[in-house]
Design a protein around this ligand. Structure first.
Ligand SMILES: Nc1ncnc2c1ncn2[C@@H]1O[C@H](COP(=O)(O)OP(=O)(O)OP(=O)(O)O)[C@@H](O)[C@H]1O
Length: 252
């Protein structure tokens, strides 16, 4: 379901979020371009999930604005435009894989052959054709998380927000999923994908590196390596952190 909006997918300005009495996002500005796979990377606790919750409009914010496809995050106009997959699978245990995907397809208005085609295509995309008739409660963790992904994918939302979608998957499946994300971006979808596996950074069109709720860098994978002189994304991230610490020391 693609709309005709041609601005950036997400524009965030002056965002502040407090969770548990802590400023977990102290004042963030960010623009996510449309039609790209944008990786949200950073150590555990750096605010990736919180930022994603702000983009999908389920996080209470203290200040700032989050505009998604030209609308305030979470507004009714975005209901079918934004797909969100959390780290915890959110599908029905007592339904089969196909029934789950069909349920979410119906929820976004698909019916008849359009619904069947969308479910079949999505089963292939998440590599669950052989498990279509199996109850979700009998799946492995990685399979179950792919059903969650399928549930978000089936309606072809304009913006997909995926919180660590490759956790627990084997290398072949991870590669296949990143290829699927790239294909979706080529078709004009926008994707925000979080990961704390830095080697997945090279799979993204653009990277946003977060640390303690702040954007440490917003650049392409090539720019990251050139800027830091590092040989891989892990080393590049550490080099950025060291450079930032050094600049704080020289400023104080
Ligand atoms: N429900 C909550 N109540 C209070 N503090 C929270 C809550 N959820 C998260 N936090 C805090 O907010 C900060 C950011 O957490 P967040 O889950 O956004 O990080 P993350 O980068 O997604 O981490 P991970 O990679 O481990 O999922 C952390 O300091 C965390 O402890």
């Amino acid at each position: 379901m693609m709309n005709n909006y041609d601005g950036p997918a997400v524009v965030i300005s002056g965002l502040q979020v407090v969770r548990g009495h802590r400023d977990v996002i102290p004042g963030l500005h960010l623009e996510v371009p449309a039609g790209e796979v944008v990786g949200l990377l950073g150590p555990s606790g750096s605010g990736k999930s919180t930022l994603m919750r702000c983009i999908v409009g389920v996080q209470v914010v203290k200040a700032g604005t989050v505009t998604v496809l030209g609308h305030p995050a979470g507004s009714a106009a975005l209901r079918r435009e934004v797909g969100y997959v959390t780290q915890t699978p959110s599908v029905y245990d007592d339904l089969t894989v196909r029934e789950n995907i069909a349920y979410f397809a119906r929820a976004v208005g698909l019916r008849g052959t359009g619904l069947r085609d969308a479910v079949d295509r999505t089963l292939v995309e998440v590599d669950l054709v052989d498990f279509a008739g199996q109850l979700v409660r009998d799946l492995s963790g990685g399979q179950e998380s792919r059903v969650s992904l399928a549930a978000a994918l089936v309606g072809r939302p304009t913006l997909l927000v995926l919180d660590e979608p490759t956790v627990g998957l084997d290398p072949v499946l991870r590669r296949d999923l990143w290829e699927l994300f790239a294909r979706l971006a080529e078709q004009g979808h926008s994707l925000v994908v979080s990961s704390h596996v830095m080697d997945e950074a090279t799979r993204c069109d653009r990277l946003v590196l977060l640390r303690e709720g702040e954007v440490l860098a917003d650049l392409t994978p090539d720019e990251l390596l050139v800027r830091t002189g590092a040989v891989d994304a892990d080393a590049a991230f550490l080099a950025l952190i060291d450079a930032e610490a050094a600049s704080h020391r020289s400023a104080s």
